[in-house]
Each structure stands twice: as C-alpha cells, then as structure tokens.
Design a protein around this ligand. Structure first.
Ligand SMILES: Nc1nc2c(ncn2[C@@H]2O[C@H](COP(=O)(O)OP(=O)(O)OP(=O)(O)O)[C@@H](O)[C@H]2O)c(=O)[nH]1
Ligand SMILES: [Mg+2]
Length: 361
C-alpha cells in the first residue's frame, strides 16, 4: 500500500509562513472609487435626451445587465425616457442568412442619413448568445454606417431566451427614440421564432428574399409572408435581374391570395440591389406611404397600443414561469410529479394543481 500523501495540493505552503494578501488593497480602493463614478440615472437620462450616444450605450448596457441593481436603474431610466419616445418609425428586416440584410441596412441606413434622418440599428439574434460571430460580421458589413454621426448600431443583446433578448431590444428601442433616433431598424435572421418577436415590436415588417430557380414560394414559411408588409427581392443585379423580376411577379400574384391585412395595406414586392444601391429609395418611399396611410386610418397608433398590451402580458407570463421553475419547493418535487404523471399515478391536471399550490405556500 502506498503511503498517504502529506499534502493534497501542489499549492500547499509550509505552515507558519505568512501568505501575502491575494487582493491588492490599493486596487480595491481604486475600483471602488471608480465604481462610485458610475453616472446616475438622471445623468444618463440628461445625456440621452441631449442625444449623447455614449450615455445611450451605457443605458443599454444597464438594460442588458443581469445584475438586479443595474436593472432597477435601467427601469428608472426607461420610465423617464418614455415620454420622449414613440416618435419614430420602427422597421423590422428579416431574411435567411446571406440574403444581404447587413448590406441592405448599410445602403438603406446611409440613404436615410443623407435625407437628414437619424438611424438606429438593433438586432434580435437568439443565436448570438451561442456564437457571437454575426456581431463582428455586421459591424464590418456596415462599415460606412458605423462611422456615420447620425447612425447608431448596437449588436444583438445576448440572453438565454428569445423572450429575454426581445425584452432588451424593446427597451432599447425606447432609449434610442428618446435619444432622437427617428428611424429604428431591427434586424433578425429569418429562422426560428425571432421574426415573430420582431414583428410584435415594429410598425413595418420587411422580408428580404433571393430570386431562386423554380417555385419561389418553396421553402418559405407561410407565417412570414403573412407578416410581411413588403418583400424585397435582393441581389437584382448582373445576371440575376431577370430572375428577380420573375420572382417579383410570382410573389405579387401569391400575395393577392392572402386576406386583407388589418392595416388595409396591400403588401408590396420590389426588387433591389443592396450592393449596387438600386431600389433603396423605392423601399423608403414605400415605407413612407405605409406610414401615411396607416396614420390616416388610425391603424398605426392602434397597433402600437396593442403591441404594448401584448408585451405587458408577455412579460407577466415570462416572470410567472420563471418564478415557478426557480422556486426551491417546486424544484425539489417537480421530478417526482413528472414521474408519477408518466406512470399514471396522478393526473397531469391534479399534479399541476398541487405544484402551483407550492408557489403560494
Ligand atoms: N450581388 C449582390 N450581392 C449581394 C447583395 N447584397 C449582399 N450581397 C452579398 O451577399 C453576401 C451576404 O451579405 P450580408 O449582407 O452579409 O447578408 P446577411 O443577410 O446580413 O447575412 P447574415 O448576417 O449571415 O444573416 C455578401 O457577400 C454580400 O456582398 C446584392 O444586392 N447583390
Ligand atoms: Mg448580417
């Protein structure tokens, strides 16, 4: 039998030798001092209302934080910004990876700033919490817009759930509007549930498409077409122009088969080349026409009210769910109840009733 080791760790030090402090006292003091320099709620609000992008970025960082104190501060800032928000047009842009969303937003955003608009670009990208690759890609694809004084680009907030990411983006919209941005563009990858979340926070929803060979409607989810206020067939350049025009005709015909939207807006199909900057102004003209017609018929305001109601109820659902699944008493017995339900020892309804009772016990 081998003899027992005299110490268990390679880091073991001889007894009696005093150990140096593992933390540097002067560093602690300077960190604490700097921490106190964090701007107050009022300072950040004043900065935002004075159109200071640094204050805006800092406030968004608070919105995105997981720290409860930060979130309290963020809530206070949002409340104070709310009366100054709402005066923008919010545009959602979706499309499969590679369709040209970033290139399009760069061209579109530059066009808008040349018209004197202030453009904020946000993203809802649930995959970015796993790989942050798209953030870098977007910033480099939007090289000109990044440098533009009148543009603000914020990469996607990361989060463990789409609901979480969407909440942060919604709150960020309010901050951007209070900071004077009159055009808010929200980009999302057209896969999964994220386009539904984006649709519920924008006024105008734009789907970017590519002209492919054959049946244009193949491989595109019906739900997305129903949500779209416009379809832009991108990359209509070079050899692709003809195919893009054919795709346009086909989409137009297909869109007529859908029932009329509550907005009374007939979705449009246009072709564009983000790379060659063709068709970009047409898209803006179209969005302007949409805004005018829906403001006139009352849909614009009404839709925003509905969206606010939706987000209130959505947030309550999320919180309740979170409270339930993180409750210690529930966590202790949930597995047992699931087992019992699987084996028909208790009905799912009765089990649910018992488990929910634990929340208030
Ligand atoms: N020919 C042509 N190429 C384009 C056009 N727009 C974008 N591209 C190219 O298509 C590729 C993808 O463009 P992106 O703007 O990165 O596409 P994306 O939709 O943002 O892609 P993800 O961020 O991966 O979802 C790039 O190589 C672009 O240069 C266009 O109008 N015409
Ligand atoms: Mg992109």
């Amino acid at each position: 039998m081998s003899s027992k080791p005299t110490h268990t760790s390679a880091l073991h030090e001889k007894d009696g030798v005093s150990q140096p402090d593992s933390l540097n006292k002067s560093s602690i003091a300077s960190i604490k001092k700097n921490r106190r320099k964090q701007p107050s709620v009022d300072e950040l609000v004043t900065g935002i209302l004075n159109q200071d992008k640094v204050a805006l970025s800092r406030a968004i960082t608070l919105v995105e934080s997981k720290n409860t104190k930060h979130l309290e501060k963020a809530t206070a800032i949002i409340e104070k910004c709310l009366p100054h928000a709402n005066k923008s047009i919010r545009i959602g842009i979706t499309g499969v990876p590679g369709v040209g969303k970033s290139t399009f937003i760069e061209a579109f955003g530059k066009h808008l700033t040349s018209l004197g608009k202030k453009v904020a670009v946000l993203a809802v990208d649930p995959s970015s919490s796993i790989s942050s690759g798209s953030i870098l890609g977007d910033k480099t694809r939007m090289e000109e817009l990044v440098k533009d004084e009148n543009a603000f680009i914020r990469p996607s907030a990361s989060g463990d759930s789409l609901g979480g990411v969407a909440r942060k983006t919604r709150e960020t919209i309010i901050l951007c509007e209070a900071c004077g941005f009159d055009t808010i563009i929200i980009e999302t990858v057209g896969v999964g549930q994220s386009e539904t979340a984006v649709h519920s926070m924008v006024d105008f929803f734009l789907l970017l498409k590519l002209a492919g060979a054959g049946d244009e409607l193949q491989g595109i989810k019906r739900g997305i077409i129903e949500m779209a206020d416009a379809i832009v067939i991108n990359k209509a350049d070079g050899d692709n122009v003809k195919r893009a025009q054919m795709a346009r005709t086909e989409f137009k015909r297909a869109l007529h088969l859908y029932p009329q939207k509550a907005s009374e807006w007939q979705p449009k199909v246009v072709t564009a080349s983000a790379l060659q900057k063709n068709g970009i102004d047409d898209v803006w003209q179209m969005i302007s026409a949409f805004r005018e017609s829906t403001k006139n018929n009352g849909y614009f305001e009404n839709h925003r009210k509905q969206q606010n109601r939706f987000w209130l109820l959505q947030t309550i659902e999320e919180r309740l769910k979170h409270n339930f699944y993180t409750n210690e008493k529930v966590k202790n017995v949930l597995g047992d109840y699931l087992n019992a339900t699987e084996n028909s020892m208790i009905s799912p309804f009765h089990a649910a009733q018992q488990l929910l009772k634990l929340l208030n016990s």
